[in-house]
Ligand binder design. Structure first.
Ligand code: SAM
Ligand code: DTB
Ligand code: SF4
Length: 336
């Protein structure tokens, strides 16, 4: 049993490390000032604007379903302040070695039966060892043969590793920027923003679709959220898939006790991701378990068109497939 408790409490200063990062240079399509102005719009004006962008680019009544599986759980060397899988924090997560191929196949088949179209395999690694990567490539081949799109999130990739994943047929690589560059060192000290950008470059170079987003509700100010969107939307090619996670607070992690983010601010962030990245899939990710149906409905209106679907994320709970199916029915949403 590795499901962990995600309770939250209030009024704790969130940031833990002090290790300022330098800002990368961007070819600016979206200026911080313009993104800030979007955040400052009246809520109704903002979500109306976002919905207009949404309907110009997507069928607003269709949601893409991705199912997650943790193929290697816990015991991670990194110190990401939000993560229950870091070996440095004392959480209820039980470490588990890499899963057997046959168990992954079983989980992928079950995801397909439930209606998912993409299967995302996550590993609690700083970066994969070559022998581990080989096993993951076998999993990718198997997932593809079931008729699912494949996605993997394995940490930082070295030269050559992205090409191996591509050769196995990997469709998407998930690697999040997590927050604004200037805040990154407050949340993670064991790697840099530039490390993340370097891996994303390697993924792009071999033509694997990029899944890249972040976490909000880390205790950042609105300017922090502006900084994250500024990075994502100004990438040479914006990510095809943008997961927006709301911090899931886990007992034992340094960010446990962070002040909860107003859910309307979460919706604003979804709307601004939609406006600034009109052709990307914007995914409601961690945090749906804490959202009521009304907030999720608003998120779909504001431009979210993908979710993590299945009872579990990596180590924490997600809404049941039954609850999601009922919500889709009530909202007249189709899935793919
Ligand atoms: N170890 C790899 C890495 O860090 O890239 C892959 C797995 S890691 C768990 C994938 C992403 O999950 C993180 O980048 C972060 O955005 C998200 N995540 C982890 N813990 C979270 C939490 N408690 N709440 C919200 N998102 C979280
Ligand atoms: C992403 O952006 N969110 C997912 C997926 N990519 C790998 C992970 C969320 C993890 C939430 C905490 C957990 O379940 O351990
Ligand atoms: Fe490790 Fe990834 Fe968790 Fe960071 S987010 S501690 S790298 S599993």
């Amino acid at each position: 049993m590795r499901k962990v408790n995600n309770q939250s409490s209030h009024n704790k200063v969130a940031f833990i490390h002090k290790n300022p990062q330098t800002q990368s240079t961007l070819n600016e399509k979206w200026k911080k000032e313009s993104i800030t102005e979007l955040f400052e719009l009246p809520f109704n004006d903002l979500i109306f604007k976002a919905h207009k962008v949404h309907i110009e680019n997507f069928d607003p009544n269709t949601v893409q379903l991705s199912t997650l599986l943790s193929i290697k759980t816990g015991g991670c060397s990194e110190d990401c302040g939000y993560c229950p899988q870091s070996a440095r924090f004392s959480t209820d997560v039980e470490n588990e070695p890499m899963m057997q191929l046959s168990d992954v196949i079983e989980a992928a088949k079950a995801a397909k039966v439930s209606g998912a179209t993409r299967f995302c395999m996550g590993a609690a690694w700083r970066s994969p060892k070559d022998k581990d990567l080989k096993k993951v490539t076998e999993m990718i081949v198997a997932v593809k043969s079931i008729g699912l799109e494949s996605c993997a999130t394995l940490g930082m990739l070295k030269d050559g590793q992205a090409a191996e994943l591509k050769a196995a047929g990997l469709d998407y690589y998930n690697h999040n920027l997590d927050t604004a560059p200037e805040l990154y060192g407050d949340i993670i000290s064991t790697r840099t923003y530039q490390d993340r950008l370097d891996t994303l470059k390697r993924v792009r170079e071999v033509d694997i679709n990029v899944c890249c987003g972040g976490i909000i509700g880390l205790g950042e100010t609105r300017q922090g959220r502006v900084g994250l969107i500024h990075q994502l939307s100004n990438m040479d090619k914006p990510p095809e898939s943008v997961p927006i996670n709301l911090l899931t607070q886990v007992e034992g992690t340094p960010l446990m006790g962070t002040q909860d983010l107003d859910h309307f601010e979460f919706i604003r962030t979804i709307a601004i991701a939609r406006i600034t990245m009109p052709k990307s899939y914007i995914r409601l990710s961690a945090g749906r378990e804490m959202m009521d149906d009304g907030i999720q409905a608003l998120a779909f209106f504001a431009g979210a068109n993908s979710i993590f679907y299945g009872e579990e994320l990596l180590t924490t709970e997600n809404p049941s497939t039954l609850r999601d199916q009922e919500l889709f029915k009530r909202l007249g949403l189709k899935t793919n």
